[in-house]
Ligand binder design. Structure first.
Ligand SMILES: [Fe+2]
Length: 503
């Protein structure tokens, strides 16, 4: 197994002192937490020119712990830090700030971390039997996973279903907890979807205790307008969702933990039940539990879907499928073995079809590359898209990282691959539509990358129609950026209004 330390065993100087005493690969090398917030304008360009028709913000979330963790540190436990690279008129600026979560606020006040991370152990005495999704009461909730623009705010959300934090999209200051008009009383899953056609916000809550999943829709006025309780056979670990103009697709995969073991031991022990199917539940956008149509497929697991759409009676959905998500610990990795194994991904691009008239289910593997972090033009979520942009993940590296950018053409069934230069750790790369309009792939793909040899960081801009040519522009970020989780693109019209004519 390769490690980044084979490239550079020396940690960057801008690190909190406590990491030196903790042997965990997600606290060292490129993953070393940074110690500062930054605001910088008119960034230098290392190569090329910032395209004049790139107008908007690349936003990326990720873990960046302030204080030493309580117990074992999992990469999902680090305090959320949000990076924004803003592009306008051929110039760029950079802002990064921590999400001021309830947990971080309390830790700064007390000078220490009191809640366990997701590896536990958990103090379940604080949890009532009949409560919905109570994870933040016994497990640190960091808002470090995703960012989604909704109604003038950026919402930071967490992997394990957490509180929703609203941020100012330009300053990245935390405004406060988002409750959708005071109506939301639970946590929400990290991957909401916003329908670009009417502004509906779709998400669900899940937890270790009944009812296991609750589906929500908030309207473009920012108010919650639909709630549906969805009973599952037990606690599950859904991570994403997709939607079409009329339906939302919910997940039930046979990768989950036993709640009795959790209660007895204080630890979640996740197992793959290969004798049970993967299930997708198709619910009308404002549907109830009785209206969910469940479709069964090959057992496995999916973290992220690409997109879904309707074709007649069929729902068509693409995603990155893991046929064998068994968590295989490497004994040499000791007590961190489960976490490290969980984060080592093996999967491929797959298509599922569900017929709402006949109940027929079909699935097919579309490719064999080990890809994840898959995004279409998110302005086209819910309708058929031709292209999507993925990260290729090496299978022989100890930690999760990306080694190539892959563009799929779903009409031709082909792909293009750009291999990143060795030593660079890029981030998820969303598509940014050109202000000049044009074809579906007329625009750019943007990422943030850090070099493990000298720890310099850059924003890379690819022409989406020629990703194999490499970045058309490399913008210097005047601070080190640690790798993280999800990125999104916010069009400039949402931040600054429609671009003036002539641009
Ligand atoms: Fe995710």
């Amino acid at each position: 197994m390769r490690t980044y330390a084979q490239q550079n065993p020396v940690d960057p100087p801008d690190r909190p002192g406590w990491v030196d005493g903790i042997d965990n690969p997600y606290l060292h090398g490129p993953y070393t937490p940074v110690i500062s917030e930054v605001t910088a304008v008119d960034l230098d360009v290392a190569a090329g020119e910032i395209p004049a028709d790139l107008y908007g913000a690349y936003l990326r979330n990720g873990p960046n712990p302030v204080l030493a963790p309580r117990g074992l540190y999992h990469w999902f436990d680090g305090d959320g830090m949000v990076h924004g690279v803003y592009f306008r008129d051929g110039r760029a600026s950079y802002v990064r700030k921590w999400v001021r979560t309830r947990a971080l606020h309390d830790e700064i006040a007390r000078g220490k971390v009191e809640l366990s991370g997701i590896m536990g152990p958990f103090d379940l005495s604080r949890v009532g039997d009949g409560e919905l999704a109570v994870n933040p009461d016994y497990c640190k909730d960091t808002a470090n996973t995703t960012l989604n623009y909704f109604k003038g705010k950026v919402l930071a959300q967490w992997y394990n279903a957490g509180r929703v934090y609203a941020l100012d999209p330009l300053t990245l200051d935390t405004i406060g907890e988002e409750t959708f008009g005071g109506a939301l009383h639970t946590t929400l899953n990290a991957h909401p979807k916003v329908d670009p056609r009417n502004g509906d916000y779709l998400d669900y809550d899940y937890g270790d205790f009944k009812s296991y999943l609750t589906y929500y829709v908030a309207g473009p006025d920012g108010r919650l307008k639909h709630t549906a309780r969805i009973d599952l056979p037990g606690p599950r670990l859904p991570h994403d969702t997709t939607f079409t103009p009329n339906y939302t697709i919910l997940h039930d995969f046979p990768l989950y933990h036993d709640v009795d073991v959790l209660r007895r031991t204080g630890h979640r022990v996740v197992q793959f039940h290969r004798d049970q199917p993967s299930r997708f539940g198709v619910i009308p956008r404002f549907g109830t539990q009785e209206q969910v149509r469940w479709f069964e497929f090959t057992p496995g697991y999916v973290l992220h879907m690409v997109n879904a759409w309707e074709e007649g009676d069929w729902i068509v959905m693409d995603g990155c499928f893991q046929p064998d998500p068994t968590i295989r610990r490497d004994p040499a990795e000791g007590i961190l073995g489960s976490m490290l194994a969980y984060l080592r991904y093996k999967g491929h691009l797959r298509r599922w079809r569900m017929n709402l008239a006949t109940g027929e289910a079909r699935e097919e593997q579309l490719d064999d590359l080990n890809v994840e972090f898959c995004l279409p033009d998110t302005g086209l979520y819910g309708v058929k898209t031709r292209w999507s942009y993925h990260q290729r993940i090496p299978t022989d590296l100890q930690t999760l990282a990306f080694d190539a950018l892959v563009k799929y053409d779903h009409e031709r069934g082909s792909r293009e691959v750009y291999e990143y230069e060795a030593g660079w750790y890029p981030s998820e790369a969303p598509f940014a539509r050109s202000t000049r309009g044009g074809e579906e792939d007329s625009g750019y793909v943007v990422t943030l990358a850090t070099n493990v040899m000298d720890y310099r960081s850059e924003a890379w801009i690819f022409d989406a129609r020629r990703i194999t040519a490499g970045p058309v522009c490399r913008v210097r970020i005047p601070a080190r950026v640690a790798p993280g989780f999800h990125a999104s693109w916010v069009p400039g019209r949402e931040l600054w209004g429609e671009r003036p004519p002539g641009h």
